[in-house]
Design a protein around this ligand. Structure first.
Ligand SMILES: [Cu+2]
Length: 159
């Protein structure tokens, strides 16, 4: 009987450790983020550059999704969204030489669309390891095919 109680207690402790990941992510708020930039397309090419992206658990990242092409693009990955704790997604604009935050979005985010000539920042902490290959842009072009059909796909590895 005592043995089983200990097993249950260990299970509860494990569950509590699991929730602690959320707190750990929150406590990273004051730390400077690791900045990673991914280009969403470039003129004449629908692609993620780079198309293979790597992150590590427990670190705060600022993923800059930059669109320097002439089309809007999505950064969509359901698998990625399941492996991270999103702190915020924000839109920053340079005004009088100073970066000014225009908006912040909080909560679980699964995809971000960035319009031509602009960028968005996805601040997050990876909380689980994994490899997902569902990064894609689902925008349909004039030819009836998605940008993903044209090669705008990618993979994300979290170590
Ligand atoms: Cu696209």
């Amino acid at each position: 009987m005592r043995f089983w109680l200990q097993v249950i207690a260990a299970g509860v402790a494990g569950a509590l450790t699991g929730t602690a990941a959320g707190y750990a992510a929150g406590n990273l708020a004051g730390q400077p983020p690791i900045e990673v930039t991914v280009d969403l397309g470039k003129p004449g090419q629908h692609a993620f550059l780079p198309s293979s992206i790597k992150f590590e658990t427990g670190k705060l990242y600022k993923l800059v999704l930059r669109n320097q092409s002439e089309d809007p693009h999505y950064f969509t990955s359901h698998g990625f969204s399941q492996l991270i704790y999103t702190r915020k997604v924000q839109v920053v604009q340079t005004r009088d030489g100073k970066p000014t935050t225009l908006a912040e979005f909080k909560g679980a985010i699964r995809e971000v669309e960035v319009y031509p000539g602009h960028s968005a920042e996805w601040w997050f902490v990876p909380v689980a390891t994994g490899k997902v290959a569902d990064l894609r842009c689902g925008i349909v072009g004039k030819d009836g095919k998605t940008h993903a059909d044209h090669g705008m796909i990618g993979e994300i590895v979290i170590e």
